[in-house]
Design a protein around this ligand. Sequence first.
Ligand SMILES: Cc1cc2nc3c(=O)[nH]c(=O)nc-3n(C[C@H](O)[C@H](O)[C@H](O)COP(=O)(O)OP(=O)(O)OC[C@H]3O[C@@H](n4cnc5c(N)ncnc54)[C@H](O)[C@@H]3O)c2cc1C
Length: 304
Amino acid sequence: MSVPLYQVPEQQPSVWQPTSVEEAMHLKHKWGDKAVLISGGTWLRTRWENGVSPLPQHLISLARIQALSGLAMDAGGQIHIGPSLRLADLMDSELMQMKCALLVKACAEIAAPSVRNLASIGGNVVTRTGDLIAALLVMDAQVVCSDGTAEYTLPLAKWLDAPTQPTSEVMTGIKVPNTDIEDAESTFEFYLKVGRREAFTPSVVTVAGRLGLAPDQTILSIALAAGGGSAVPARFADLEAAAIGRPLSKDLLQLLHTGVSEGFQAVPDDYAGVAYRKQTAANLIVSECYKVWRKGGGANAPKS
Ligand SMILES: Cc1cc2nc3c(=O)[nH]c(=O)nc-3n(C[C@H](O)[C@H](O)[C@H](O)COP(=O)(O)OP(=O)(O)OC[C@H]3O[C@@H](n4cnc5c(N)ncnc54)[C@H](O)[C@@H]3O)c2cc1C
């Protein structure tokens, strides 16, 4: 059994450093709401400092659980990402740069290097509003969670669908399938974040997309996602289904614009309303699809 790393009086929390998921869950079950799991602590700190949540009595650090920080590709090309992996390490990884370039791009848009040296990918996803989620959604990522006795795997989109996530589970893995699209002549990806300034800024809107095109510009596969601010990022399943099999065209771009604008469940705050966020998400996605159309060439492709 682990022992507290330090225990300071005057209501400072005890920090526990379990070395296995089972031990972490044992501690969590023991203290219930008086304890929180902590990875990099960068998100939790902002909540404590802003008075959004109280500092708990016990912090259960996941840092020493080695099984949570691996990074590997299996024989089928699926990438297994440990949730404790720091964003800076993820960005430095050649495997990630080669196989998950979209995720690397999304990481580079988060905070600043000092935060990325601490912040974990799992912590970003578990918040349900992290800026990495839109990218992971279009990569068809799955999450693996454990209550300390058994693990289950769920598509990230389904996991996000639940109204709240259980606080008595550890996310033990993030899996990204091999998304090389068979038969596609070309695959295009994009990730964009709009904030209130150019860099080091919380998101107002994030969008991500992945398109597989046939030589005649017909859409063989399409994945689109939007999030940002307090919105839980989501895919546009009906819109994607309506786009498959159609060639890129002005009509299709119009359909995408309307579909994203209507389907994005934006959340207003003091800085931007719902209408602005919906229009921004739709404009960003359509302008990226327009670029794909132009880049792909073809008889009807725009020249500028
Ligand atoms: C200055 C600053 C700027 C920031 N900018 C951005 C930004 O631009 N975009 C953005 O998305 N975020 C931003 N953040 C928030 C934060 O840095 C990221 O979301 C980060 O990835 C969170 O990871 P963490 O390891 O620090 O999470 P933590 O704070 O440790 O944890 C976050 C939540 O996840 C839970 N948790 C963590 N790991 C697990 C696990 N394996 N299983 C179960 N639960 C777990 C914790 O209990 C907690 O509820 C910023 C934070 C700061 C301080």
